[in-house]
Design a protein around this ligand. Structure first.
Ligand code: PGA
Length: 238
């Protein structure tokens, strides 16, 4: 089963979301694909109602707060998300690390999500200036994000080189192979299990199949090219 994650980021208006989902749900999705939509908060409730009978579509958020509840104006907790049918959340995305999410916060978010039986998608990846030390970067991101957690069964890892996100650079297959191997070995050694690894960063209909065939890669995380139903459908259907 390959996993395809759509990360809409801060895009889409309510009527556009409705049209997209009407269109999506009128088509059949290949049985060997699981589609995860990480939507803006305001669409989550409606999306989880619309998709509740579709076993291979799951609705996730793009973030959640690192505390369970309390005086955090404007924030949304894991428990609140769970109560409207959301199944998981992205954590540690580089666009959030950029505005202050630390590995300690990511760690707390993962613990809260797992506590709610929700699935974290943990984003890890190096900046261009750290490309030479990618092994150290991803291992330390995993290690600190998973502090106090010893079971990775319900965690999805997304390797996203920061320099590839939102760029038009060619995807570097050799790099994906190398880093997914590093993540795979690190998880086997430290958590005694095989990690579920996705790749994200400039995934499109032309590179998607080849990425998904790489050893150790179980799927892709798609930003821009998931916003338009026709282009995402081409990715879904291979
Ligand atoms: P992109 O975004 O597909 O637009 O490069 C990917 C991501 O941010 O996860």
């Amino acid at each position: 089963m390959k996993i395809l994650v759509a990360n809409w980021k801060m895009n889409g208006l309510f009527d556009e979301f409705k049209r997209y989902f009407d269109n999506l749900l009128s088509k059949s999705i290949p049985k060997d694909r699981k589609i995860i939509f990480c939507l803006p908060y305001i669409f989550l409730h409606e999306a989880s109602i619309l998709t509740k009978d579709y076993l291979n579509i799951k609705i996730f958020s793009q973030n959640c707060h690192h505390e369970p509840r309390g005086a955090f104006t404007g924030e949304i907790s894991c428990e609140m998300l769970k109560s409207i049918g959301v199944s998981g959340s992205i954590v540690g995305h580089s666009e959030r690390r950029e505005i202050g999410e630390t590995s300690e916060m990511t760690n707390k978010k993962i613990k809260l999500l797992l506590n709610e039986k929700m699935t974290p998608i943990l984003c890890i990846g190096e900046k261009l200036e750290n490309h030479q030390i990618v092994k150290d970067v991803v291992e330390s991101q995993i290690f600190s994000s998973l502090y106090g957690i010893n079971n990775i069964k319900n965690i999805i890892f997304a390797y996203e080189p920061v320099w590839s996100i939102g760029s038009n650079k060619e995807v570097e297959f050799e790099n994906i192979k190398k880093v997914s191997e590093i993540i795979y070995e690190f998880c086997n050694k430290n958590y005694n299990d095989n990690p579920n690894i996705l790749y994200g960063g400039s995934v499109n209909k032309s590179n998607c199949e080849k990425i998904m065939k790489l050893k150790n890669i179980n799927g892709v995380l798609v930003g821009r090219n998931s916003l338009n139903i026709e282009s995402f459908e081409r990715i879904i259907n291979g």
